[in-house]
Ligand binder design. Sequence first.
Ligand SMILES: Cc1cc2nc3c(=O)[nH]c(=O)nc-3n(C[C@H](O)[C@H](O)[C@H](O)COP(=O)(O)OP(=O)(O)OC[C@H]3O[C@@H](n4cnc5c(N)ncnc54)[C@H](O)[C@@H]3O)c2cc1C
Length: 373
Amino acid sequence: MSSIPSTKRVAVIGGGILGVSTAVHLLREGASVILLTERGLGSEASGRSLSWLNSAGQRSTPYHQLRVAGVDRYRTLFAADPGREWLQFGGGLTWNAAGKGAVTEARHAYETSIGYNSRLLTPEQISAATPGIDPDAVPENAIFNPGEGWVSLPDLIEFLMEEFHARGGELILNAGKVSVMVDAGRAAGVETAAGGTYEADAVLVACGAATPDVVAPLGVDIPNGSPVSMLVLTKAVDHELKAVLNTPRAAVRPNPGSTLALDHDWYEEHITEHTDGSFSIPEDIVQELADEASKLIAGNPELKPASWKIGYKPIPGDGEPVLGELDHVPGCFVAFTHSGATLGLIAGELLAGEILTGSKHPMLSTFRPGRFS
Ligand SMILES: Cc1cc2nc3c(=O)[nH]c(=O)nc-3n(C[C@H](O)[C@H](O)[C@H](O)COP(=O)(O)OP(=O)(O)OC[C@H]3O[C@@H](n4cnc5c(N)ncnc54)[C@H](O)[C@@H]3O)c2cc1C
């Protein structure tokens, strides 16, 4: 796609999936890349994500199309080696609370209307569609989306970083809060917290929920709607679950090592933010989420939380992705989005193309940061 000089140097700030994916796509196209991140790789949202690969529910058409393309890229990766324990396509199963069967039906009708593979099932039909679920947990009906999957982002980041290093990328961990340097109105490189500077022809800010803070000194306002959320990993447990479950009291996905990843939002009020920026939650609330998840799994196995991580889930103020170059600071690009697991590969691919060729991809046209100015 590119005819750029191989010497083009790009600085990527942020070691989550969006920074790592874009860095690898840049390297594939011949750029010279330096990736700097505050602490370790995957230290924020990408290290604690449910990472359900999907385009379910009702979103804007461009967002839906981008998510479908995102799932497509994962399918390509999956096809190259279906045996990877960290990337699987077992579908997704969604249901609502008792009395909300009509809401489920409406969602199914919408998904069908846009050609999204969606099957409306009674509890009795679930085991024939996907294994490992207690049908008694399903009050009325459920939607099975057979085309969906899940990824473990820490494993994907590790996988991509092998290519990053093989292609000669430069990695700076524990860089502290990195900022964008501007010269004559254009992005000129980055500066670490300790004052180290790195010149670059272009800069990508992929700082997750911190992205608005990193571009604010440039005079750019990106509304931030990032909530606090938690991901729990269980100890290993015997289970047959293949699908990602989205249910009224727990979201559950398989995870490598026969463990399960658990997520939801009902416990948000129990999370405390401390003055040092860390978060905590009472252990009995974590166990309550595990107990809710247990009710969904065939045989209702006892689920024991092994670890849990809490922090911000990156969501732009208007809910739509923010991807592309800043109008006011040419050469400075941003990647800030919800569904960043689903979009991780496609957003990296399209942004790398824009950074290197200067040509705007039509699929990103409604997601430009300039919409807020
Ligand atoms: C609980 C939970 C459930 C989710 N479920 C799903 C799902 O089912 N499907 C889906 O598609 N998506 C899901 N997501 C969203 C998805 O995980 C995120 O959108 C994605 O991981 C964001 O990746 P990122 O690279 O943008 O940000 P992050 O992973 O947050 O990485 C940002 C990086 O930037 C670094 N950084 C920040 N500021 C600076 C700075 N000034 N200098 C240097 N480095 C800096 C951070 O340390 C971090 O390493 C979920 C997220 C959470 C938290």
